[in-house]
Design a protein around this ligand. Structure first.
Ligand SMILES: Nc1ncnc2c1ncn2[C@@H]1O[C@H](COP(=O)(O)OP(=O)(O)OP(=O)(O)O)[C@@H](O)[C@H]1O
Length: 296
């Protein structure tokens, strides 16, 4: 069964339509990246999945039913929304024990999840003194308490140092490899490129792309060779390939060496011969450029 399914999901706050007729499914056994610029509606969508906000129209179901109808929600879906929104006076262990008790989960899970996220050594420390990286791990431990099939992470690597980012990435991949559904939001393509198998891209609350990462990479890898020459028109005619731009020629289908050889034989001088490959970040920016809420 599909893990998360949104159908025409819509959320309005007064005049603002935060989520606008969104339909998608999130499948198990892979990391699905939920991408979109700031303000695109990612957090609002995640809050609706978790029953923290009600759709103005449409619906979203978890394993076939709305969140509020799940019999044991934490055993089905765990989430990390805002890692710092915790009671700072408690120890990590007591924080997790409180969640376990109020959700009728066995206390034995607390030690297991602390171990899983590498916090066993600091389990009795007050969480008010935790670094952001430690707080993120604690938030993930809380999400794992019910050993859920589905995990939701809202911008989990925001503000983390490279070690923390690598740890979260590796951990998410491990969860997916165990067959779980991992749905993770970000506004940065670079983050997702190494983590996600599938991408759902939104802008201004609407679906822009729903694609596998390999398809996205394939689609965006239209590389070309940029050629500049003081005798550009002659070069263009000789190569009989590519598009003429105002000061350069964009050639596809020929390698730089082939172009250099052909033009050298004809005695045509070149000023530039550059192999250009758009990055995933560039492809993503292109895709979302019309849906930026604020542009600098
Ligand atoms: N409680 C609310 N009341 C009014 N407007 C809201 C509320 N929550 C979100 N919005 C608006 O809805 C839109 C989507 O916000 P949301 O936080 O879901 O986006 P996001 O993609 O998660 O962005 P970010 O990456 O910045 O977290 C924004 O225009 C935001 O200002």
């Amino acid at each position: 069964m599909t893990s998360i399914k949104a159908t025409d999901l819509t959320k309005r706050y007064g005049q603002t339509t935060a989520v606008d007729g969104l339909s998608f499914t999130v499948e198990p056994g892979q990391v699905t990246g939920f991408l979109g610029p700031n303000g695109a509606g990612k957090s609002t969508t995640m809050r609706m999945i978790l029953g923290l906000d009600h759709p103005s129209a449409g619906s979203v179901v978890v394993d076939g039913v709305p969140y509020h109808r799940l019999r044991h929600p934490l055993r089905k879906i765990g989430a990390l929304l805002d890692a710092k929104a915790v009671h700072g006076g408690r120890s990590a262990r007591n924080h997790l024990l409180a969640i376990a008790q109020s959700n009728r989960l066995p206390a034995s899970r607390v030690g297991q999840v602390l171990e899983a996220v590498g916090l066993s050594q600091v389990a009795s420390r007050r969480i008010g003194g935790f670094s952001l990286g430690m707080s993120q791990r604690l938030g993930i431990a809380a999400a794992l308490l019910g050993d859920p099939e589905i995990l939701l992470f809202d911008e989990p690597v925001n503000g983390l140092d490279p070690d923390g980012i690598l740890w979260i990435r590796t951990f998410m991949r491990k969860l997916a490899a165990e067959g779980r559904t991992v749905f993770v939001s970000s506004h940065l393509m670079s983050e997702m490129a190494q983590t996600a198998d599938h991408l759902i891209v939104i802008g201004k609350g609407r679906l822009i792309a729903d694609t596998s990462m390999s398809e996205f990479i394939g689609r965006s890898s239209q590389s070309f060779v940029r050629v500049r020459s003081p005798r550009l028109a002659e070069v263009a005619q000789l190569l009989n390939a590519g598009e003429l731009h105002h000061d350069h020629l964009r050639v596809t289908g020929l390698e730089p060496l082939e172009i250099g050889t052909i033009t050298a034989r004809a005695g045509l001088p070149l000023e530039e011969l550059t192999y250009v490959q758009p990055t995933l970040e560039a492809a993503y920016m292109e895709l979302t450029k019309d849906s930026l809420e604020y542009t600098s």
